[in-house]
Unconditional design. Structure first.
Length: 179
């Protein structure tokens, strides 16, 4: 599992635990009561994104939190770890950072960087916003997050309001830049 998604899942798990007012010790005790132990040390590492999460852990934690393990991945797709993205950068700098991340084999982190650039970009710069969303969609598709990729593609179409020539230029730019 890519380190970025590992951190995102850890963040979702931490939010779920804290949102229920539970401690790491509480989760360890509850997991033992159910016959499968997730130690507080392991859970702490998972929440910090420092340890890979195993399917057994996902199932156990999903039951403890009352959430389907698959839903954890869907929730993690939308979590952009803010400690990984410098939100003080310009949209252009975030875009350049995303391209670099993508080229270095980190498509999920690249997608989050493209998303951050989109959120920071001016609404009137529709070509650039479409390029960012298209780049984000491509990055998310690369790491298998097809639902999120499809949402970004639809958002790109919405930004351009069916202006085919503009949309095609933006898609062509994205393809060139990500190739």
């Amino acid at each position: 599992m890519e380190p970025g998604i590992r951190g995102a899942i850890g963040e979702v798990l931490r939010r779920l635990r804290e949102g229920r007012g539970l401690t790491l010790v509480d989760i360890e005790a509850s997991s033992v009561e159910r016959g499968a132990r997730v130690s507080r040390a392991r859970l702490s590492e998972i929440e910090r994104g420092e340890a890979p999460i195993h399917l057994e852990d996902l199932v156990i934690l999903g039951r403890l939190y009352g959430i389907d393990p698959g839903a954890l991945f869907l929730e993690a797709e939308s979590v952009a770890p803010t400690d990984m993205i410098d939100l003080d950068k310009s949209p252009e700098a975030l875009f350049e950072e995303g391209k670099l991340l993508y080229r270095h084999g980190k498509p999920l982190d690249a997608g989050w960087s493209f998303d951050a650039a989109y959120r920071a970009s001016p609404e009137e710069d529709r070509d650039f916003r479409c390029l960012l969303l298209t780049s984000s969609a491509h990055a998310f598709e690369t790491c298998g997050m097809l639902g999120l990729a499809l949402r970004r593609s639809q958002e790109a179409l919405d930004v351009l309001e069916n202006e085919a020539p503009t949309r095609l230029r933006a898609i062509a730019k994205a393809a060139q830049l990500l190739a």
